[in-house]
Design a protein around this ligand. Sequence first.
Ligand code: SF4
Length: 467
Amino acid sequence: MSAPLSYFITTLGCVKNQADSRQMALSLQKRGLVLAADATTADVHVINSCAFIESARRETIAAILEAYDARQQTDQKLVVAGCFSQRYANEIKTELPEVDLAFGTGQYAAAGSLIVDRFEWQERLQEQEAGQRPALQSSPGSDLARLTRAGVSSRQSSSALETVWAPIKISDGCNRGCSFCAIPAMRGPFQSLAVDAILDEARLLIAQGVREICLVSQDTNHFGGQTEALVDLICRLDEIPGLEWQRLLYMYPDPLSLAVYRQLAPLKLRSFVPYLESPVQHVAPRVLRAMKRYGSMEFFTDFFGEIRSLYDQLEIRTALLCGFPTEGPAEVDAALQFIETVRPEKLALFSYSAEEGTAAWGLADPVPADEKACRVNLLRAAHLQVLQELHLQRLGRRYNCMIDKIDSDSTLTARRPQDAPDIDEQVFVELDPAARRHHWQPGQIVPLEINGFFEYDMSGRLVLESK
Ligand code: SF4
């Protein structure tokens, strides 16, 4: 009897892709495929792609060619799913013969059938099913659930990611129409996912050891068409036993996000962390107009200021896009002033890359690449100054942190509630002899006192109750 048909998923791009890869893993398992030990030995290798900007496209193409060269079985099937396939379906056919099958962003849940039908694996799977495996049941403790969670690997993810936190997608697509953004062309118009499906997925993940859920989408505050729907979802998630933390990502900086945070504050939900991720992209009126984005320096200052006042020790992650057409020295100064006034704890900085098919494509790309890089470095230096001052204020403070991973018997890595997985600061802890006698678990909440910092990350010590 030949080995069961196996798959492996490599996930590129944003955290939302991890949620989509998990859906594809579930779909493949339901057809009887099992997780391969690694990408090179799988019968089918699926690359969940990204095509957001030029550098992401290059990474996807490199991953495809690398996967093709690295495969140990020459009859391995290579599949490309997601944004790159959605945007370049024809080009893949003509320019990437290495790819055996490509499907877009709306077909993750159908991955199993698309792949089995394309490669005519029905008979082989029936034999496999008859000869080898009991029927698969989708109950939390089942193999399926364990395999589901372990079905994907991501280039940038560490092993710990697969144990303590998981992204759950609550909607797909976007209707905002920011002039620089190609995502709506790849993900389509906004649509919320079903509340029951989201809650089921959360229960499944929590039963498997996840202790933190990040709610992700392109446009999170539009979930359910009204703010009450998102607030209600967060309240229902808060009731699930075993969930320690829940976090909102991709909250567009507008009155809708403000309304959500205003409605949640008095509820003082046990699991809702004091964290706001809200990318402004820019603050100068001329640039915001050209980006077709909402907001102003005044609105952002009030927006972040009010949300900070509603939650104890809330921290902010935002993003600035540098070098957009219409950005001149005055606009860069406005961005600097924003950093010094609003003092976001976390700041993502990007260089504008003109995207064909977007409204901004017509504006050309007048800012030279090296000038964009200078502006990014200027803003980064300003933010590092702010972060240095914030780090000094954090010294000696205590936080109930989540253990992400146990590195060895004397060190562990953790995060404060104010730090999102994979993108924000971590706290490194050296365990003293007394602490080493304890059996620590990823996902456990432990009291840490910050006693040092690096450029971004921090160090801390466990605050153990003296017997
Ligand atoms: S909000 Fe703007 S930047 Fe974000 S996905 Fe939608 S169009 Fe793109």
